[in-house]
Design a protein around this ligand. Structure first.
Ligand code: BES
Ligand code: ZN
Length: 595
């Protein structure tokens, strides 16, 4: 009897339609199933002229189908080849406007011809050092370049034909060409169903080099060799991931190295992860970022958060999987250092957040989803899963996760549904009570039963930090040269710096010459905080060459908070560089002056 009741509840959660607060679409009535996209990219006017043809499946005929758009100029609409009227809603600055197209009960295809706006939020048109276009669709920016049902819970397959000027290569989150065509026309196919936030396009003067039969790197000529060196372990990562949680289902796994303006570290676009050039630092010290994006091929791209309120399901699982790949390839110590630093970041992030934003399950209704997406989903999500692992044991954990990816592949997942899975499949009542998933998910901060994560290497660094702060440790006697990047990062982020101590550190170990961008970032943060103006030029050149929001936003924020001279420098730098930044970064930084 009890199991019948449980089955009923599971069915209810699967069937009831969790409305996505960030999409106007009504997929419960008419849902898109396939996209045929025909586009011409104009690198001069910064616009795309395109035709999006969607196959429909009608669940319940209500007389129309609804898509999301933002800043699109609609030219014409057809339904099954016949010209049709259409209606657009009032524009919301975050959500854009709905596009409502009247359809009969047996409509099969709708086709929308349109132009994108030169300032379309997903797109960044780069001029220097070479002409480049890339998109960033997550979370809700796909609608600024393709009219779509822009909700992660809606999946579709796609094909595309894209025309670019001769001499450029076009790439998408799909089966990709490896060479330039003579006429600038490229054809793409994505045979597996994906969500709209995984739609991606890049255009540039690109080269391809293979790393294995199914993996390789795309980059501009100046970056290609260094990238092949940096990511030499790519194939090993894929096979380690498969050994953990089952077959890689997307055929190829390629990387695209983007211009410095790319606003993220990485973006898990299916078959073609987009990567910031700041991880190509020459010593392979930041490859965990690739492990992360690769892991999304299961957590996120196969099993997908139903709405952005469930974002932790994508990122928390991915961080857990990332660290497992890192452990498999580079050992437990490395993985545990990463975990320990993740916890450090989490605590620092939580300090500046409203309590509600430190819950795993978010409520982003009425907000830009971008505002609520922070370390909590990643690192508290990781910690929750890690605590489950420690309680039930690794063998059961891995069995559960593998099953989860298989059973829910190409489906959406809500937090509530995952709680049901925990209850009915992963945890017996005793374990459920001890772990208390509800406290992790629906309560702020970190529950007291969290498994204590300890890295002996990081602990050793902490001792050096304490001794340095107390004046008992000579900087010159630090084992800096034998430290990994993780140990160096910990030291730099935790020591109490003075201008004098920084200068001494730099003389001893040339910290300001480090190629690792995480190190550069934390060094600059300390420089600003202790008014070390000798690093101001370095700071300006960093802000002028990197667009990754994770670095750029805290740097500007700290400069503004510092006030006076630094605030002025922040202002003049932003004036100079803002047009180089992607919208995602630019808008976040702009807010600093609006508060
Ligand atoms: N999918 C995210 C990037 C993202 C998140 C874009 C939310 C837009 C909205 C990607 O997988 C990611 O998490 N990237 C991280 C790197 C990672 C190693 C934590 C980043 O960009 O810093
Ligand atoms: Zn991620």
């Amino acid at each position: 009897m009890k199991s019948i009741v449980r089955l009923f509840f599971i069915l209810m959660t699967v069937m009831t339609h969790a409305k996505d607060p960030h999409s106007f679409a009504q997929p419960q009535h008419a849902v898109v199933t396939h996209l045929s996209w025909k586009a011409k990219v104009d690198l001069n006017t910064h616009t795309i002229h395109a035709q999006a043809t969607w196959d429909l499946f009608i669940h319940q005929s209500v007389g129309y189908v609804v898509l999301d758009t933002r800043d699109l100029q609609i030219v014409q609409v057809t339904v099954d080849g016949q010209l049709s009227s259409w209606e657009t809603g009032k524009n919301d600055p975050v959500l854009g406007a709905y596009l409502r197209i009247p359809i009969g009960p047996s409509a099969k295809k709708i086709s929308i011809e349109y132009n994108t706006a030169p300032d379309a939020a997903a797109l960044l048109w780069v001029e220097k050092p070479s002409v480049f276009l890339f998109t960033q669709s997550q979370a809700i920016l796909a609608r600024t370049w393709i009219p779509c049902q822009d909700s992660p819970g809606v999946r579709f397959t796609y094909d595309a034909q894209v025309e670019v000027p001769a001499g450029f290569l076009a790439l998408m989150s799909a089966e990709n060409p490896q060479q330039k065509s003579t006429d600038g026309v490229y054809r793409f196919n994505q045979p597996l169903p994906i969500s709209s936030y995984l739609l991606a396009l890049a255009v540039g003067d690109l080269k391809f080099k293979p790393i294995s039969d199914r993996a390789g790197v795309y980059a501009t000529a100046d970056m290609i060799e260094a990238s092949v060196f940096e990511f030499a372990d790519l194939e090993n990562m894929i096979s380690s991931a498969e050994a953990l949680y089952g077959e890689y289902r997307w055929k190829r796994y390629d990387l695209l190295i983007l211009p410095g303006a790319f606003p993220f570290g990485g973006m898990e676009n299916p078959m073609l992860t987009f990567v910031t050039p700041t991880v190509v630092c020459g010593d392979r010290s930041l490859v965990s970022l690739i492990a992360h994006e690769l892991a999304h091929s299961w957590s996120g791209n196969l099993v997908t958060n139903a709405t952005w309120d469930d974002f932790w399901l994508n990122e928390g699982f991915t961080v857990y999987f990332e660290f497992r790949i890192m452990e498999a390839l580079y050992g437990k110590e490395v993985a545990e250092m990463l975990a320990s630093l993740a916890i450090q970041d989490l605590y620092e992030t939580m300090e500046s957040l409203d309590a509600d934003d430190t819950k795993l399950k978010l409520n982003l209704t009425g907000r830009d989803p971008d505002d609520g997406m922070n370390d909590v989903a990643y690192n508290k999500g990781y910690w929750f899963l890690r605590s489950i692992e420690e309680y039930i044991g690794r063998e059961r954990m891995d069995h559960n996760i593998k099953r989860y990816f298989d059973q829910y592949a190409f489906k959406k997942m809500t937090t509530e549904q995952f709680v049901e899975i925990l209850k009915s499949e992963w945890l017996d009542p005793g374990a459920y009570k001890a772990i208390n998933p509800e406290s992790w998910i629906y309560q702020p901060l970190v529950p007291s039963q969290a498994y204590p994560i300890v890295s002996s290497k990081i602990q050793a660094v902490d001792q050096y930090i304490q001794d340095t702060n107390e004046g008992k440790q000579e900087l010159a006697a630090l084992p800096w040269m034998s430290w990994t990047y993780q140990e160096r990062y910990r030291f730099l982020s935790k020591v109490s710096w003075s201008e004098q101590r920084m200068n001494q550190m730099d003389q001893l170990f040339q910290v300001s010459k480090e190629k690792n961008s995480e190190i550069q970032f934390i060094w600059l943060m300390s420089s600003i905080r202790c008014d070390n103006r000798s690093q101001a030029d370095f700071c300006t050149s960093f802000l002028g060459s990197v667009g990754r929001r994770k670095f750029i936003l805290p740097l500007y924020r700290t400069m503004v908070q510092q006030g006076g001279w630094w605030a002025e420098l922040a202002h003049s730098n932003f004036e100079q560089f803002q047009n180089q930044y992607h919208n995602v970064t630019k808008n976040s930084v702009e807010m600093l002056w609006q508060k």
